[in-house]
Design a protein around this ligand. Structure first.
Ligand SMILES: CC(C)(COP(=O)(O)OP(=O)(O)OC[C@H]1O[C@@H](n2cnc3c(N)ncnc32)[C@H](O)[C@@H]1OP(=O)(O)O)[C@@H](O)C(=O)NCCC(=O)NCCS
Length: 143
């Protein structure tokens, strides 16, 4: 069973950061110095725990104008396509709604645009390259 919980303490946050390092830095080649950023400390992070192991994570950053930014969505490779990404995304959206945010914006890697489209995100701009990876801005209003 996998439980999705807020990363409320340093131990859980360290697990989230370790998974992000494995996925973004090691697997995708994102430079380490930009993977962790100034938004981490103030963000809301979720972790999916299988026993003690963090197998998925994602974060919500509050932006100006009542818009949330979802990012750093990462599922451990053996756990992909088992709806963990979907559950983390839903949890971040629920948190955003609870905080009264009116929309979520994110930078989707283009190869997973379909993942976000399937959850109501719509392209909001032209594709661009970030950290050497093709991205597109996507947006979803929160009811
Ligand atoms: C993107 C990611 C978070 C998705 O999480 P996930 O748990 O694998 O996705 P889910 O099981 O919840 O959703 C699956 C659905 O999303 C879409 N999807 C997910 N991964 C996909 C992929 N690689 N290619 C195309 N569609 C994909 C499909 O519609 C899929 O449905 P299907 O399995 O019935 O075909 C995960 O693949 C991941 O961590 N990738 C590496 C890091 C990354 O690229 N993060 C995204 C940054 S924007």
């Amino acid at each position: 069973m996998v439980n999705i919980v807020p990363a409320v303490d340093e131990t859980l946050r360290a697990k989230a950061y370790a998974l992000r390092h494995a996925v973004f830095v090691v697997e995708q080649g994102v430079p380490e110095e930009i993977e962790r950023d100034e938004h981490d400390d103030g963000a809301f992070h979720l972790v999916a725990l299988s026993g003690e192991d963090c197998v998925a994570t994602g974060r919500l950053v509050r932006q100006a104008g009542g818009v949330g930014r979802v990012g750093r969505m990462a599922v451990a490779a053996p756990w992909r396509r088992h709806r963990l990404g979907e559950r983390v995304l839903a949890g971040l959206e629920a948190q955003a709604r609870g905080e009264g945010l009116t929309a979520i914006e994110l930078h989707a890697q283009r190869y997973v645009e379909a993942f976000y489209a399937r959850h109501g995100y719509v392209r909001a701009g032209e594709p661009f390259v970030e950290a050497g990876i093709d991205h597109v801005v996507m947006r979803k209003p929160l009811a």
